[in-house]
Design a protein around this ligand. Structure first.
Ligand SMILES: O=C(O)C[C@H](O)C(=O)O
Ligand code: SF4
Length: 511
């Protein structure tokens, strides 16, 4: 097994940087179906460009390289202890190379282990089989879409859909509700794996196992095949759209599995995966550990990046170029729907930053008045001269900062907050009161945005770990859409309301 570790490194790098062919096909199909030139369609163009860039540069598709989860099938007698150690070594190496972000954080102290190793990281499942080769499948599922997983205990009452009973129709309602509640926060359009039955743990495991199915397979259980088809058709009428911008495509795949349950429990568990659905597999020679075959990676036609090029939204889309720091007047002039191009310096700040800064005695190491805060935890590498470089830098889910954001805007005089998925009423009120805007960047487009960073001007709070540190980034041509303005308008609230109304159209019994 001399080659095993090297094969695992290849698998990790390929999974982080090269999207599987069935996922690419689903994104391509979405581009064809979405209305030309609307916001979702433009976001899909950026996503397609990002997928191509990541592959060409062998760089992470998204900066959140997720929880590495390995599923191994091994012949009887294979040494699992050695394999585990070699997977750990490959994970550490891939992290050093900037193919994985250091993503393993001590839950009590908040300390990042720095190498993606620690209690519970990575996740490795072994199973024996009768074959004499080894199969390793890997999924890198990010934290933002993981937060949108949801588990229902039937019977229950659901927003828009009413009572969901202990039957196939109740299951149907839960799945539609799962897509609705994710909105754009898990970087829609997503893929869902559904587990019916089991207990709370095995139900979620079954849901996640469905994500290893090919998106174009047909469920062997006829009722579930029908349900999968129904969900694909119906969920795409909810109007959530790419990144929650509204549109025709809200779901790219739905796979459902079933297992027995206890008489008292009836769970429907839904694992939500963003469009950056990174999962690949390899079949290895059991004596050498060499790769014999790749899974989920047939050749597919290349993305046509010229499609829609130059198209804009309807006539009233404005593009506004802003140089940071930004004035209150410039910000108050912006409206939901405007495209903003930012030049100048922005500062990353996410969970640890907001929690720290909210304390009255804590001040910012740099002047933030008129400033731009970017909810982003990048992948960074230091070169031999000690200079930092951005390897991937897309937005993170902003709603986690909802308890802090308005106060942070006020405290530091911020004028713009960039993130994804939108924020709530407290922030919306804060934008209005203090004169600031919320800008939505395209989630997962980590290469696209990394390209806009011309220089890393510095870093503070590196002790928070690489993703949580405050990076000072010099950007050029950083594009984002105003989705919450200083006049009380929120595209996110509008799309949520509209999709909830649409959801209620599907309350009638179907199965
Ligand atoms: O942690 C991140 O960088 C992003 C996260 O996956 C998210 O979707 O919020
Ligand atoms: S930022 Fe979006 S694309 Fe990236 S892992 Fe999170 S949910 Fe997925």
């Amino acid at each position: 097994m001399q080659q095993f570790q090297a094969s695992m490194l290849k698998l990790i790098i390929e999974t982080s940087t090269n999207l599987p062919s069935d996922v690419r096909k689903a994104v391509m199909k979405a581009r064809l179906e979405e209305e030309m030139g609307n916001r979702s369609s433009l976001a899909l163009d950026t996503i397609a460009e990002n997928i191509v860039m990541a592959q060409e540069e062998e760089a992470p598709i998204c900066q959140d390289t997720g929880m590495p989860t390995f599923h191994l099938h091994v012949p009887v007698g294979a040494n699992q202890i050695v394999m585990k150690k070699q997977i750990y070594a490959a994970i550490e190496e891939a992290t050093k190379m900037g193919k994985l972000r250091p993503n393993s954080v001590d839950s009590l102290t908040g300390v990042n282990s720095g190498n993606n190793l620690g209690p519970g990281t990575p996740v490795i499942h072994f199973e024996q089989w009768e074959r004499d080769d080894i199969e390793v499948q890997l999924i890198l599922k990010g934290g933002g879409c993981e937060n949108k997983n949801i588990q229902y205990a039937l019977p229950t009452e659901l927003d828009g859909l009413g009572k969901a009973g202990r039957d196939l129709d109740g299951i149907r309602k839960c799945i539609l509700h799962a897509v609705y509640q994710a909105q754009g926060q898990g970087c829609s359009a997503g893929f869902i794996g559904v587990g019916i039955g089991g207990d709370r743990t095995s139900g979620y495991t079954l849901a996640k196992d469905q994500l290893f199915r090919r998106t174009d397979d047909v469920n062997p259980i006829p009722e579930l095949a029908k349900l999968e088809e129904y969900v694909m058709e119906t969920a795409n009428q909810l109007g959530v759209g790419t990144m929650g911008f509204g549109g025709k495509v809200s779901l790219l795949g739905c796979k459902i599995g079933v297992m027995n349950r206890l008489p008292a429990s009836f769970y429907v568990s839904v694992a939500y995966n963003c469009w950056a659905f990174r999962r690949l597999g390899v079949v290895l020679d059991a004596s050498s550990g060499e790769i014999r075959e790749w899974q989920f990676q047939e050749s597919v036609e290349a993305f046509d990046l010229t499609k829609n090029a130059g198209e804009t939204d309807s006539d009233d889309t404005r593009t506004v170029v802003l140089q940071a720091p930004i004035s209150e007047e410039q910000v108050r002039d912006l409206k939901v729907g405007d495209v903003v191009i930012i030049n100048g310096e922005m500062h990353t700040g996410r969970d640890a930053f907001h929690k720290y800064m909210i304390e009255p005695e804590h001040t910012s190491p740099v002047d933030l008045s008129g400033g731009v805060i970017y909810h982003c935890g990048p992948v960074m590498l230091k070169d031999q001269q000690g200079e930092w470089h951005v390897k991937a830098a897309g937005p993170t889910t902003s709603s986690r900062e909802e308890p802090y954001q308005a106060d942070i805007i006020k405290k530091f005089g911020l004028r713009a907050v960039i993130g994804k998925g939108g924020m709530g009423p407290k922030t919306l009120k804060g934008l209005q009161e203090h004169g600031a805007v919320y800008l939505n960047a395209i989630g997962g487009a980590a290469q696209y945005y990394a390209r806009c960073v011309k220089k890393v001007n510095g870093v503070d709070f590196l002790e928070f770990g690489i993703p949580e540190a405050m990076w000072h980034l010099q950007v050029e041509g950083f594009a984002a859409i105003v989705t919450m303005d200083a006049h009380g308008n929120s595209l996110h609230a509008d799309i949520d309301n509209q999709s909830l109304r649409k959801l209620s159209d599907f309350a009638e019994k179907v199965f």
